[in-house]
Design a protein around this ligand. Structure first.
Ligand code: ADP
Ligand code: MG
Length: 338
């Protein structure tokens, strides 16, 4: 009698969900990233009770073909990469094909989607079990609602923090996604209150103003720099407008928000002695590089990435910030129309 057996699909998905879907904020992140990958221009995020009641994301992106909908909920099913070579030059935010099956394994999911060319689909799945799959009238795009989160994983449910903490986490993720994508109009409603709305006109400074307030945005200066491998740009606050935490520093690599200690340190070093001890700037740093230079397949949630030539990149960041802060004379003007 053999003692080893393969886990059934639903159980395997639940285990994967443990890594990808820690909390309501992870669901918002994964779903909004899917909307961004579908080239949406408008993404509406509607959350109630910090996501414990429901999370709904509506986009105007490419939609999913009727036959593809059940496949999208299978593990490792993705439209974003096809070969080993693709893995080394990923441009999309997703590629692991894990989010939808993971979410569906621990919640109730209703997905309405259409590519716009034909009848759409309404698909419901709960705890990994398909409840219904019907043709439906839908405009182009995808509308997905997640309820009953962690209904079948009570330990996970118990581990969640206070509603306020969960909401803070969601807001943080939405802010970073908005900062990384100023060309997409993103709105975020919580319990019928508008928390964020960005214009989607490509103006990063206006997104910064929507998130950190107009007076902070005015105290930030634009910078850019490049070397043979990297192009960097963004906004960073003048030394007089600082914070007591590093969390107002956002770093994006090819429009993906990442956390990276070395690069954050390099940015802070650029200020030299102009920053007081324990004070940090508000910054948005966009890094563009050849996807070959970055390995995003390090962490299931892809928050951490590995960058080749990281030291060189750090030097570029520090030098660019140092030179820009030394000028310190630019008055932002894009906010005048905001
Ligand atoms: P991944 O994003 O890694 O491919 P997901 O499980 O998040 O994996 O999604 C599976 C597939 O479903 C995606 O590859 C994509 O083809 C499709 N999909 C998911 N969400 C959307 C969306 N909002 N619009 C269009 N297609 C989507
Ligand atoms: Mg995805």
């Amino acid at each position: 009698m053999s003692k080893i057996h393969e886990l059934n699909e639903v159980l395997a998905d639940q285990i994967a969900a443990g890594e990808v879907i820690e909390r309501p904020a992870s669901i918002v992140k994964e779903l909004v990233e899917n909307s961004l990958d579908a080239n949406s221009k408008q993404i509406d995020i509607i959350v109630s009770q910090s996501g414990l009641d429901s999370i709904r994301i509506i986009d105007d992106g490419a939609g999913i073909l009727p036959d593809d909908v059940p496949i999208a909920f299978k593990r490792h099913a993705t439209s974003k990469i096809a070969s080993r070579e693709d893995l080394f030059k990923v441009k999309s935010l997703g590629f692991r094909g894990e989010a939808l099956p993971s979410i569906a394994s621990v919640a109730d999911v209703v997905l309405c989607t259409s590519t716009g060319d034909e009848t759409g689909t309404k698909f419901q799945i709960r705890g990994g079990v398909v409840q219904s799959n019907q043709p439906a009238q839908a405009r182009r795009g995808t509308d997905i609602t997640v309820t009953d989160l962690f209904f079948n994983t009570p330990a996970r449910l118990k581990y969640l923090k206070s509603p306020q903490t969960e909401l803070t986490q969601i807001t943080d993720i939405v802010d970073r996604l908005a900062l990384a994508n100023p060309s997409v109009a993103i709105s975020f409603m919580h319990n019928d209150h508008e928390i964020l709305r960005t214009p989607g006109n490509g103006n990063l400074q206006q997104v910064i103003a929507a998130i950190y307030g107009i007076s902070n945005a005015r105290k930030m200066v634009k910078f850019d720099g490049e070397d043979a491998d990297f192009m960097i740009s963004g906004y960073t606050s003048l030394p007089e407008a600082t914070r007591s935490s590093r969390q107002y520093i956002s770093i994006m690599i090819n429009h993906r928000y990442i956390r990276n200690f070395q690069l954050t340190k390099a940015l802070i070093q650029g200020y030299g002695s102009k920053l007081m001890v324990g004070r940090y700037p508000i910054s948005v740093l966009d890094i563009e590089l050849d996807p070959v230079l970055v390995d995003v397949n390090v962490h299931p949630a892809k928050r951490e990435v590995r960058i080749s030539k990281e030291e060189q990149l750090g030097q570029l960041i520090a030098t660019t910030i140092r030179q820009r802060i030394a000028q310190e004379n630019l008055i932002p003007d894009a906010l005048d129309q905001f």
